[in-house]
Write a protein that binds this ligand. Structure first.
Ligand code: FNR
Length: 399
């Protein structure tokens, strides 16, 4: 009998280790990663800010909508493929940029990049990544680059020059970090950026030996001390330091800087971290090719709107500009709701980093496959042959 629950993968599935066979949904990844990771690093990934209100609402927003399926439609040839900026991908989701990924899993930036390449989904390399962008671009020539802009124009120009020379064709500028979020939960958990050597940190590491040997010592042995390799044209600071202070201050950046970048960046320009239709209009007028509607996974302004709730109004003003979304998506059903409400594509963060931590590239491939399979299965239930046939299938619940 034909297997109707799996989507056609981009490559043969990896042989799964027992730990990955037990992962049956993206939600299973968090408890597995919690066991693997030191408490402070798990808190860094899972955490949000202040009361965690936005992180909570990001998930809750999906419950505001339900499905209205159509039946007895021949969906035997259904497909999860989706085009984005002229490329054809095996699924309508990609991997969001996540800084410090290499603290969680061995060379996690590369694991994420190569898994995305094998499974043919987009991957965005964070500007706060720990593997040189040139190496990542070799592992995944389709990868996008996300920049945290420096404030000086000459530093921006030098960074853009490096990104272009490395071969990236998609530049994502993150706009929702004018200052660092108030991550008091991280202070409690003992996480700082950079990490400060301390007894508490040492104990946290030693009490998680699989991470200590599989990620930390393995990285140090083969690659030495990890650095923020891609924050500018030159290597940034080390991830462990007693003295260094990480600058988060970008509060002088404005749309004028975006317009200036637009004149210099020849590839696709995408702004990440918008929640307002007015900002979406400004992005379009500035010549951006796309936006990612996002509240940074609830990690910046606590109480910032859940992206799903503002998505329909933003999609209305997009007028042809590509609208993407992230924050809180965990299920194939979430992805389908976001697409039905106006997203052209979505991105997912934390679960893929948990997957890279516990299972490296195979773990990420497992996560991609699970999510894509859920979308493929749900398309059948919805009576949709492809992702353009979602009209009327998702409606707001009248309460
Ligand atoms: C992030 N995010 C992020 N965003 C960005 O533009 N640049 C970055 O370097 C980072 N770093 C980062 C690290 C970690 C550990 C996390 C969890 C997130 C935000 C990320 O791109 C995305 O917006 C959210 O993760 C999406 O929410 P979910 O899917 O994690 O709920």
């Amino acid at each position: 009998m034909r297997d109707v629950t799996r989507s056609p993968a981009a490559a043969a599935p990896p042989v799964l280790s027992s730990k990955l066979r037990d992962i049956l949904s993206l939600e299973d990844l968090e408890p597995a990663a919690k066991r693997y990771l030191p408490h402070c690093i798990f808190s860094f990934i899972s955490g949000a800010v202040e009361t965690n209100a936005s992180r909570h609402e990001n998930r809750a927003a999906f419950q505001d909508y339900d499905f209205h399926p159509r039946v007895l439609i021949d969906v035997s040839a259904r497909t999860t493929t989706k085009t984005l900026f002229g490329g054809s991908f095996s699924a309508p989701f990609g991997i969001a940029p996540m800084g410090g990924a290499g603290l969680a899993g061995y060379r996690a930036d590369l694991a994420l990049a190569s898994a995305a390449a094998t499974e043919n989904v987009p991957f965005i390399l964070s500007g706060a990544s720990l593997v040189r962008m040139e190496e990542v671009a070799k592992a995944n020539p389709q990868a996008w680059f996300q920049a945290y802009l420096p404030v000086q124009r000459d530093a921006i120009a030098a960074l853009i020059g490096r990104i272009e020379a490395a071969g990236f064709r998609h530049l994502v500028v993150t706009a929702d970090v004018p200052v660092g979020g108030n991550r008091e939960n991280l202070v409690r958990a003992g996480y700082t950026s950079p990490l400060r050597p301390s007894l508490k940190l040492a104990f946290d590491g030693i009490s998680h030996p699989r991470w200590l040997f599989g990620t930390a010592l393995r990285t140090l042995r083969h690659h030495g001390m990890p650095y923020y390799e891609n924050s500018g044209a030159e290597r940034g600071m080390a991830v462990f330091s007693n003295a260094a202070v990480r600058a988060h201050l970008r509060d002088s950046l404005s749309w004028r800087d975006l317009a200036w970048i637009r004149e210099r960046w020849p590839g696709k320009l995408i702004v990440k971290g918008l929640l307002s239709p007015s900002d979406a209009e400004t992005a379009r007028q500035t010549g951006c090719d796309g936006i990612i509607v996002s509240n940074h996974g609830g990690r910046q302004l606590d109480g910032a709107a859940a992206p799903l709730r503002v998505l329909p109004r933003i999609a209305e003003v997009a007028q042809g500009m590509t609208v993407m979304m992230d924050s809180g998506l965990r299920r194939g059903s979430d992805v389908l709701k976001a697409l039905a409400l106006g997203a052209d594509f979505v991105f997912i963060g934390r679960p893929f980093l948990y997957a890279a931590a516990i299972g490296e590239a195979d773990g990420v491939r497992r996560a991609i496959d699970l999510l894509r399979s859920e979308i493929h299965r749900n398309l059948a239930f919805l009576g949709s042959r492809d992702l353009s046939e979602l009209h009327g299938r998702v409606q707001r619940i009248a309460r």
